[in-house]
Structures are given as structure tokens and as C-alpha cells.
Design a protein around this ligand. Structure first.
Ligand code: AMP
Length: 176
């Protein structure tokens, strides 16, 4: 049975003391494991009615693009401020220190489209929540938020669910 935790590298105290960084590059660098990883999402969403995968800058792109390709949906990037060339909508959200902003192209989604929002990991949930707001401001529907890893201690997945969105993750680091 494929368990992403067998392949994720934990880097202690990076990028700052006290953070256990869950490095997913070791899931991507093994060809068979990379395929098992994407297939786990493909199987989960195979029977869902989905029009687009919205991938979050930058690790959400790595996962979201092959998933969209396999599901034969569109792929829509949500990017850090200042990277998208056309008209954009933006959402600010809170980081541990300071604020960040995410943007989506104003014509990226049409009203009524059903989308999955994808990132690599859910910590406080701020990144995914801001992206859900961008999707909904364009009139599209968030079918689910997807990530490889949940860090339940930080409450992000709970907050996303409390806001009315379904969450799908492949593994969790709970108190470890
Ligand atoms: P948040 O908005 O707090 O849910 O943070 C999620 C974003 O920050 C994701 O894009 C992750 O890639 C990154 N992130 C936060 N904490 C970690 C961690 N412990 N290990 C790896 N990435 C993290």
C-alpha cells in the first residue's frame, strides 16, 4: 500500500528553528513513487465531475498539472502577486510573520465551473482558504481542497472544513 510518509523527507529547523519541513521533492525524484502519488489523486477524483484543477504556486503546480492532464480537465494557476500578466483578482492572507497575496487571472474560470484546489501541504490553511475565495469570486465552485499532507495540529484543514469546503489529503503528521 502506497504511503507518502515513507517517501517524504523531514528537514528539522528549516527554514527557521522549530519548523519540521516536510520535503516532498523525495516523492517526485523516484519515478515509480511519483506515479503512485499522482495516481492516488487520479483514483480519488476519477468519478467526480470536475472542470479544472486550480494549482497553487509553486508545489501545487507540480501536482495539479499532471492530475489535470490525467482527468482531462483544465489547469489554472494561482500565483504569488506580480507574476500573472493579464487582469487579476487578488486575496491577501496572513502568514506567521506578515502578509502574502495570491492572484488569479480574472478570466481563468467561468461561473458554475467545478474545481479542485491543490497544494502540497495544509498547515494553517491560509493559502488554500485564500485560493478558495479567489475561485468563488469568479463564480466557480470548490468541489474539494486537496493536498498530500495535513498538519492537523495547526488547524488548517478544520478551518477549511468549517468554511464549508471538503478536504482530501493522503497523510497527516499528527503530533510528530
Ligand atoms: P498554510 O497556508 O499555513 O496552510 O501553509 C501552507 C503552505 O506553506 C504550503 O504551500 C506549504 O508548501 C507551506 N508549508 C507550511 N508549513 C510547511 C511545512 N512544515 N513543511 C512544508 N511546507 C510547509
Amino acid at each position: 500500500m502506497f504511503d507518502p510518509k515513507d517517501h517524504i523527507r523531514t528537514v528539522p529547523d528549516w527554514p527557521q528553528p522549530g519548523v519540521q519541513f516536510r520535503d516532498i521533492t523525495t516523492l517526485l525524484s523516484d519515478a515509480k513513487v511519483f506515479r503512485q502519488l499522482i495516481d492516488a489523486f487520479v483514483h480519488h477524483y476519477y468519478d467526480h465531475e470536475i472542470d479544472a484543477i486550480v494549482g497553487i504556486d509553486a508545489r501545487g503546480f507540480i501536482l495539479g498539472a499532471p492530475l489535470a492532464y490525467e482527468l482531462r480537465t483544465a489547469f489554472i494557476p494561482v500565483r504569488k502577486k506580480g507574476k500573472l500578466p493579464f487582469d487579476t483578482l487578488e486575496e491577501a492572507y496572513q502568514l506567521e510573520y506578515g502578509k502574502a497575496e495570491l492572484q488569479i487571472h480574472a478570466d481563468a474560470l467561468k461561473a458554475g465551473m467545478k474545481v479542485v484546489v491543490m497544494d502540497d501541504l495544509i498547515a494553517t490553511g491560509g493559502t488554500l482558504s485564500a485560493t478558495c475565495k479567489l475561485v468563488e469570486r469568479l463564480g466557480a465552485e470548490v468541489v474539494e481542497c486537496a493536498a498530500i499532507v495535513d498538519l492537523p495540529d495547526l488547524g488548517g484543514s478544520r478551518a477549511i472544513q468549517a468554511a464549508g469546503h471538503s478536504v482530501f489529503t493522503l497523510c497527516a503528521y499528527d503530533g510528530d
